[in-house]
Write a protein that binds this ligand. Structure first.
Ligand SMILES: [Zn+2]
Length: 325
């Protein structure tokens, strides 16, 4: 249920997709001109809009009522609904992480990409989600199927790892690289979906920062708050510890009380907090504390930031040694 809010608020038009503006504009133009490559590869980290974009693109191509001068799908006709239902005469959905590409699926896919669309649709579309998760055998089968794609069929592959897609396929495809979303793009998107969230600007900013560019992660964090956006809940959901506990930790480290500092750290561990996030926050607290009256602090910040990349254990050891360092 973790993704429920992300799914409920999934954009259904090109105009509401968060970020990736350059690529979204390029896709709109291609849809308007009916100029589609046989294969699209939508590549990038999780939660950056690959599947959402793939679904909107698929709908715009199988939509039965879209006018020639519009790029957005109607989201209402039988074609659009077939995308919502993951199956129809002109649409097929495959999830690389959930299928072994059995013979029947392979045959359906072959028919889908090698025959002309029906019922007045512009294209037939196959959306292959999480392409990287297919076995090597399945990938080479797909490669042979893709060799004779009908001119009115389009295959859309999403992947977190384009390097795992066969080079021959990448050569023939139109590849789009999705990047992590900025905090502003994420906030715009969630406020558009639910205007009430904009009443908690500071809290949403903290959640967006912790989601590291993934809109799906941000929605999951909002979901976990369950309507309670108090600072203590935000701290718990993000897993960064309370501000006071972090300041205590810093103080114990700087005044040579490693046992007390360790106790604070162990308490965070016991609470199941994300120690990467905690370390990051400690560093930011120190940046806040640093000024010309505490020049030593800058040295400590430099020392600690070098250990920050996914090494919370090392961070802890370095922090405990600050008093002597
Ligand atoms: Zn439609």
């Amino acid at each position: 249920m973790n993704n429920s809010l992300a799914v409920t608020h999934r954009p259904t038009t090109f105009d509401t997709i968060a970020g990736q503006q350059h690529w979204i504009e390029a896709l709109k133009t291609r849809v308007l001109k009916n100029k589609l490559p046989p294969v699209f590869i939508l590549a990038g980290p999780s939660g950056t809009g690959k599947t959402t974009t793939g679904l909107v693109l698929a709908k715009s191509l199988v939509c039965l009522t879209r006018e020639d001068n519009k790029y957005n799908p109607c989201n209402n006709c039988a074609g659009c609904r077939s995308v919502d239902n993951s199956s129809g005469a002109n649409y097929m959905y495959l999830d690389g992480s959930g299928t072994d590409l059995a013979n029947t699926i392979r045959e359906n896919l072959r028919l889908m990409v090698s025959t002309a669309p029906v019922a007045g649709a512009r294209f037939k579309v196959c959306l292959i989600d999480e392409f990287q998760a297919f076995s090597a055998a399945a990938k080479s089968t797909l490669l042979t199927l893709f060799e004779d794609v009908n001119t009115r069929s389009v295959i859309i592959c999403t992947t977190t790892d384009p390097e795992k897609i066969h080079e021959a396929l990448r050569d023939r495809s139109y590849e789009i690289s999705f990047r992590p979303l900025t905090i502003e793009e994420q906030l715009n998107s969630i406020y558009t979906s639910n205007v009430l969230l904009s009443n908690y600007e500071e809290e949403m900013h903290q959640l967006a920062k912790a989601s590291k560019g993934s809109l799906r992660k941000l929605w999951a964090l909002v979901d976990r708050c369950d309507g309670d956006f108090s600072q203590s809940t935000i701290d718990l959901v993000i897993g960064k510890g309370s501000k006071q506990s972090r300041l205590d930790f810093i103080n114990y480290c700087l005044t040579g009380k490693p046992k007390m500092a360790s106790a604070v750290w162990e308490n965070w561990e016991a609470q199941g907090l994300n120690l990467d996030n905690v370390s990051q926050e400690i560093l930011e607290d120190m940046i806040e504390l640093a000024d010309e009256t505490k020049p030593q602090m800058f040295k400590y910040i430099r020392l600690l930031s070098a250990t920050l990349v996914n090494r919370p254990e090392l961070f802890k050891i370095m922090a405990l040694s600050l008093y002597n360092g």
